[in-house]
Unconditional design. Sequence first.
Lengths: 439, 352
Amino acid sequence: MSHAVWAPIVYGRTRRVDSWWRTLPAGLDRDFANDVVRAATAGGRALERGPRLVLAQARRARIVGGVCLASELSDTMHRDEINRPLYCFVGWAALERETPPDVPSIDELTQGFADWARPVYEHWMGLDWDLHESQVTGPHTSEPQPPPWGASAQTPPQIGLEPESPPWRQTVAWPREQAAEPWNLLRARRRPGLVVSGWQRLADADVPAGTWIVCDEVTHQRVLDTPASESWLERGSRGARSQPPPPVREDDGRDDEEGDRRSRRRSRTGRSAPRARANSRAPERQPSHAREGAAGRRAPSSRPESREQRMRREAWGRAGQLPPTDDDLDAAAARDAPEDDPSARADTSRRGRRRGGLIPHSLPDPVRLLGSVIDILRGPEPPAGSDPHPDPHPDPDPDPHPDDTPPGRETHPARQPPSSEEHDDLEPWARWDDAPPRR
Amino acid sequence: MSATDQSTSLDGAPTVQVTMLGARGTGKTTYLLGMYAEMSAGVEKYFMTSDPGTHLRLTTDWDALMEDGLLPKGTDKSQTYQFRFRYGMTTLLELDWLDYRGGAITSVDVDPSATQVHERLAQTDSLYLTFDGALLASVLAGEAKGKNQLKYAVSLYNNLLAFASDRRREAGLVQPSIVLLVTKSDRLIEYLSGDSEERQRKVVDWVSGQFEQIFEPGCDVAVCTVSLGELGREPEKVEPAVVDPARVHKPMVFTLFTWYRRQAILFDASAEAVRARGQRERQELSATQAPGIKRFLGRKRANELTAASERSGEEAALLAQLANECWARVRVLEGELQDVEMFIDGQPVGVA
């Protein structure tokens, strides 16, 4: 079938404007198109060695095309205004019909891509190439046309359901010699998928989970490590961009309240499906939106977290916050004061706080009444300084030595630099400088 | 990150968010390559690492520049990098670095992160505002186009700074440190008289004069000029022999210096607050220690207060230790910033 079903798509920035979509057909899901193109462009990496070819299918669309340096398609429109080389994606999109339209084989596309793409690029990029940013309002709409590969496209090979066929939702790599396999598998199936062929190194293939790639560095077909999260295919099959579920983590029984708070603070929205680092030797890093906040992140070890570790983590979880002010401390003191001691509430100074009431406020009133009677009978309070419960960790020296402090520290006199005995407990690299501080 | 990296962290190591903004072609990605090349090699036993894939990509691109003179291409998407900042083999903190696509702030046609720029700014701990030295050179040369472009950039940055400041303040967070980063500073040589220090002084005065409102208490600012060598005007390829990175790691050192300093202040203040709380708990505990029936009635409360007081003591000690560690790092990092024009809490602390 070769009637007009394939509409050109062109993705590439202009000379003056950092805007990338030049043309798309009406009705093509933009998120799907974005995911496909960005999986192949990979920021323009490693295109000097040749184009990368793409076949993508969603529920209702197919895209076939390639990414290359713009200089391969145009002699004039291939560098931006500060002379940087440009890259682009040129392809064709078909909105799904009852019978999916023919797609060229990988060999046909390899042979014909540059010749097919050149006039498409020249036409659509030429419309915007020299426009001012204010004049570039969005992609043009392309119309379906007969495909450039004409009616001579090879009939997709009939492929049965092989038990050993690769998992559809995993990232799989094939060597260059087997480039036709994933291509033909996808051609023969009416299900979502993405094949990007033409990588030289796995490290360059920054692709979403679930992508099939063809890479020179791979010697045999294998599944690559991916995060245990939703593949873009699942998201695409629902027809809407949504957040993937967070990855399953080890449960070490820790209270995640701080982690949740940190996570809310650090939330990121709208990212695409997590991308698989096509390096099977390294476990995948969790995507930022699925990561807990800094306070919640922990090593994958099964060792339970010690109390000190937890305290440190919670302390660091407050990183970035403003220090408590005097008003904050006074308010905290007022909250801490027992309910039955109005004198304690009245005196809200940070130092010299009066002793609280005798009876805890948690006890019932009759008991408090008895306590009040006893209070009257007990006599005067012990003298100041005779605290039977001294602070086990007293502040070493409340008075600062400004000459030893780094810039700004003199405004916060709560601490002084540790003595030489103390800094033996610090990390071995920590050294107090004998030189006078900068102003 | 490799499993080895993760197993040697973390003990609650925090994440520092860095966002780098700048118009297209200002050299953000090139700067990142140079910065990572320097920091991954190490500065005073501090160094940065990343996962193997990222490390390979960044170092490969840097090698391409150094050996073949290939500059990075303009990218179609903003890129986030995860780095680890270490001392020796110990991970101190994680860095979440966002290299914003030049047109992302004004265009939403492709990069979904463009719509989250404001959300990101509210969470950013250190904000890099990039100025193209070539643009400043055109302003110095009296070109009207350059002046207009500079005004546009300053206007945009002011807007984003105000937004970030408001959001951080609402959230009870310290203001982000700001790096006014002048890239391609080699392009200014022919327009500024004097020796290297004098030219730097002029650039600092000029750039900082564009953002007078950020030099106030609570704000830490550095003006950093960086260069990769005299690469020429918009070359297709650069001559590898002229690639000579200068000062590219200084902005990162400043970010870490101010961040640790702010944490040290926070920990100091928190330790004091916890000590005060412990003092109150001990005072209340004493109140329950009365003879006879009062001691019986207050036993439960006394037990609670004893435990609370012990916890407060532990917490205060830990906070004090953390403050100590942060101050120690501040002093070490400060040593690398002797030639950087800094403003801490709005006050100049830099090259005389």
